[in-house]
Design a binder for this molecule. Structure first.
Ligand code: SAM
Length: 293
C-alpha cells in the first residue's frame, strides 16, 4: 500500500520567466541585515559538531527514495528548475545544491548555510568535483535583497523557527529575495504531524520524538542511527499549520500549498510491499510551496 500519495493545493504548473542572475552570487555575499536568535545559534552549534554525521544520514534509503522523490515532485509542481537560478537556503553540506545543478538542470545555484562546518564540507565537495556552485556562510534570516533568482529552495530551514516572529523573519526574507513570479519550495517537519512522536520510524534509521506534541514551539528531536549506533541528534521546533499559513500571508505570499511524502519507483520496487507504510502514515515530513505574485 506504499504508494505516491501526494496532496497539494493551488498547484501552479507554468514556468516563470528566467531572470538573469549575472551579479546575484557576488551581490548575495555582501547582504547582511540583523542579529541572530537563540534558536539560530543552537542550530549552528548542533551542525558544527555533527556535520559529518548528518551528511552520512542523507544516504539512507528513506532519504534517497522518499525525501528526494518528494522534493523532485514538489519542484516539478513548481515548473521545475531547469535553466533557473536557485538559492538553496540552509544548504548544509550542499546535498541539494549539487543535486539541483547536476540532476535537475538549474543554471546557477547558490548555497547558504549558517554552519561553517557544513559550508566547509560543501566547499570540499565542490573542489573535488567542480560544478560551478557557490556557497556562503550566513544566517538565512539576514539576507535582505532581491538577488535575481527565480526559485528559493530550502530543505529543513523553517523548522528552526521556534515561534511566529522567527518564522516571519525567515519567510519575509525569502519573499524579499524573490522577484514577482518567483517560487519558494521547501521540505521539512510536517505541520500536519501533530503527534510529532514516531519511535516506529527507527526501522528506517531515524526517530522523531517530542515531549509536548502539538504545542507551539515544542522541541522536536530527530535521532539518526547507523545500525544500532545513534550517530546524531537534531532539534527542530513545532509550529502549527495555522501559524504557517498566517506567517506566509503576513510576509506577502498569496498562497501556501503542502505536498505529502511519495516513494520513488526504485523505492517501491526494491522493498517488500508495505515496507514504507509507517513512514507514509507518520506524515512526519512534507513539502511546502508558495508563490510570489
Ligand atoms: C537538517 S540540515 C539540512 C541541510 C540540507 N538542506 C539538506 O537537506 O541536506 C539543516 C541546515 O540548516 C542550517 N540552518 C539552520 N538555521 C539556519 C539559518 N537561520 N540560516 C542558514 N542556515 C541555517 C543548519 O546549519 C543545517 O546545515
Amino acid at each position: 500500500m506504499a504508494s505516491n500519495n501526494g496532496a497539494s493545493s493551488g498547484v501552479p504548473t507554468s514556468n516563470i520567466s528566467s531572470n538573469s542572475m549575472s551579479s546575484a552570487f557576488d551581490g548575495m555575499t555582501t547582504l547582511l541585515k540583523t542579529g541572530t536568535a537563540e534558536s539560530v545559534e543552537l542550530a549552528k552549534e548542533q551542525y558544527d559538531s555533527q556535520s559529518k554525521e548528518y551528511k552520512e544520514s542523507k544516504v539512507a534509503p528513506w532519504r534517497t527514495e522518499v525525501e528526494m522523490d518528494t522534493v523532485a515532485r514538489l519542484l516539478s509542481l513548481l515548473g521545475g528548475v531547469e535553466g533557473k537560478s536557485v538559492i538553496d537556503l540552509a544548504c548544509g553540506d550542499g546535498h541539494y545544491t549539487r543535486w539541483l545543478k547536476e540532476h535537475q538542470g538549474a543554471s546557477k545555484v547558490l548555497g547558504v548555510d549558517l554552519s561553517p562546518g557544513m559550508i566547509q564540507l560543501a566547499e570540499e565537495q565542490e573542489q573535488a568535483n567542480p560544478l560551478g556552485l557557490k556557497y556562503i556562510c550566513r544566517d538565512a534570516g539576514t539576507l535582505d535583497q532581491h538577488a535575481g533568482v527565480d526559485i528559493v529552495f530550502a530543505a529543513f530551514l523553517l523548522n528552526y523557527a521556534s515561534n511566529e516572529e522567527e518564522l516571519l523573519k525567515l519567510v519575509t526574507t525569502i519573499y524579499n529575495i524573490l522577484p514577482k513570479g518567483g517560487k519558494f519550495g521547501t521540505i521539512q517537519n510536517s505541520v500536519h504531524d501533530v503527534t510529532c512522536h514516531h519511535p516506529e520510524l527507527r526501522k528506517y534509521g531515524f526517530e522523531k520524538t517530542c515531549e509536548q506534541p502539538g504545542v507551539e514551539g515544542a522541541t522536536i528531536k530527530y535521532h539518526f542511527y547507523q545500525g544500532s549506533d545513534l550517530t546524531c541528534t537534531i532539534d527542530n521546533y513545532f509550529l502549527s499549520r495555522s501559524t504557517y499559513e498566517r506567517v506566509f500571508r503576513r510576509a506577502g505570499f498569496s498562497n501556501i500549498g503542502f505536498v505529502s511524502f511519495s516513494v520513488s519507483d526504485k523505492g517501491l520496487n526494491g522493498y517488500p510491499e508495505g515496507y514504507w507504510d509507517e513512514l507514509l502514515d507518520a506524515r512526519c515530513i512534507e513539502g511546502i510551496f508558495a508563490l510570489k505574485y
